[in-house]
Design a protein around this ligand. Sequence first.
Ligand code: AHR
Length: 693
Amino acid sequence: TTKLTLDLSKATVPVSPMLYGLMTEEINYAYDGGLYAELIRNRIFKNNTKQPDGWSLISEGDAKAAIQLIGADPTNVPRNERGHAINEALTTCLRLTVEKPGTRAGIANSGYWGIPVKPGTTYDASFYIKGTGQAPPAQFGNRPPQANSNAAPIVTIADNTAGPITVSLESNDGKTVFASGTIDLIKSPYWKKYSLKLTTKTGFTATKDAHFVISTNRTGLYYFNLVSLFPPTYGNRPNGSRPDLMQMLVDMKPAFLRFPGGNYLEGPYLADHFPWKTTLGPLEQRPGHPGSWGYRATDGLGLLEFLGWCEDAHMEPLLGVYAGYSLNGDHVDPGPLLEPYVQDALEEIEYIIGDAKTTYWGKRRAADGHPAPFKLTYVEVGNEDWFDRSNTYDGRFNQFRAAINKKYPQLKVISTIASKVYPTQKVTSGPPIDMEDEHYYQNSWQMQEDAFKYDNYDRKKGPKIFVGEWATREGSPTTNLISALGDAAFMTGMERNSDVVLMSCFAPLFVNVNPKNDATGEPSGMQWASDLIGYDALNSYGSPSYYVQSMFNNNIGNRVVPVSATNLPMLHIDTATLNKNLSPQQRRGRQQKPERPSLYYVATKDTKTGTIYIKVVNVADHAENVTLDLNGAGTIVSTGTLIELKGDKPEATNTITDPKHIVPITTNLTGIGKSFAHSFSPYSVSVIKIKTT
Ligand code: AHR
């Protein structure tokens, strides 16, 4: 029979207290349309092609009305229309022209694949509006406004905006008004912000088939900007997070948050990297930026919101600073040209940890509402710089590292080139590296193979390892059971070696599983499949991988217990399965081993409570009977706890409509002793919790 022997007398290797964390970036509508609770899509009208994305015209009865973007393309907009900018961030607005109001005319927003409306709930709506009640006095050297047929209203209407305007949440079929309110517009040609609360009625089922409407029954010209609608947020933070998603993250008990990416840190071009400075302060000052995944980011979830997220989930921030290399391959040479980027990184760090009274950016953080500095230990320089074919990372990394070490000697600096994985591109100059970031996106079989890779890492000379992005990539949009088994197998290896692997985080975290794109059959807002948590506008669910993360991190001791195995059962696999989901590059790069154990395991002990945690993964399609021997355990409580995640087939998974198909189940285990038998279910991840005194 198979036997696992735990040697508790040799449980001396410490478990890294930062072992499991989160990695995040704006991908798959992770923030906008995801964690960031704002419900209005394209609230400052910058995310457009020809039509204003997310917006449509309401024109009912015999209304004659039109909407038009103003300032979307500054080169095409006459000077008098450019005058409609509120400031340098809010330069594009939406004009509603109502020549004849009919039953009503207005603008509607469909949100991120629907506006979620719940009964008895209060929403905060706000927007800027201005009219043309009185023409502004002629300025600009008394030049008359320039004519432009594109931008001209369909009718010339003066003195039009005073009076009531209606704001409502309505069903898409037009049959139900869930909440409605009016505000009185003052007669003014100037921008003014209006706010109101919308409280929905009760007695209906929560729905995402709804939209947000601002409408009028009076003629006029109405210019809109920064239209916002917030539901209740996690912990009632203003400009905060969606409660269900934040709760799922909190439940994972993560130790840190790696942000802001990923590719999102780098941007497609040099000018598009994460612009932390314009993500601060009032929303009126945030223009957003192009993002890295094909859609514009509002930056409503900006630097301070990332830090607030860390507070909400009791995590430490792990900051990625832009290192002068972007996704199209452009880079900034080390030396004087790179210096502004280095300074920018130092300022960003100062915003996070600088003193609120004596430092410029610490003062700014205090002015933004957070005088206390945040805790910060790790700063990562760049992202995946092994893609940098100019081979400048050595110079760039060292320039950043020297400056960071000089100003903040307490910080540890992470290199994004892992010397074990990319031996030809590693950083060779300068002092030894504190920590290197390794990334793995592989199929389940490869992850199982990699469960042993850290057993052989150099404890003495080698850098510490941060597995800053990794996932078993099987299943879409979220991972399936075989992915979760690959994840769990890999995690046994990281946990067993957590004196070397100090931190790790699965990626990507989120995917909005919005309506399917006909051509691909995948959610139209998804850029990357096999994600951890899926959601639509209303509901959310965890993948089997999500539950594995949660099981591992909620059940861990502070010392690694050595485990030896005898008669481990083996599995064999054919080449087709072996190569599944591997890119040609991955296939070339690895020697595949067609044989694997079917069991993966790790044990830790909490020396304060005496609890032993044994994690066992069975990737086989049949149960495996195992004898567990606990050597040197002291007095063992005979009743323990089993937390088990399992399914009937590798493809089994959770979905937005079947969110709890695969979830961990907790039961009591009896008959625990110095030696006891347990049958591990087919396709399962088990945590056995044993108390000792
Ligand atoms: O996690 C998705 C992407 O994978 C990240 O943005 C990037 O760092 C990696 O290539």
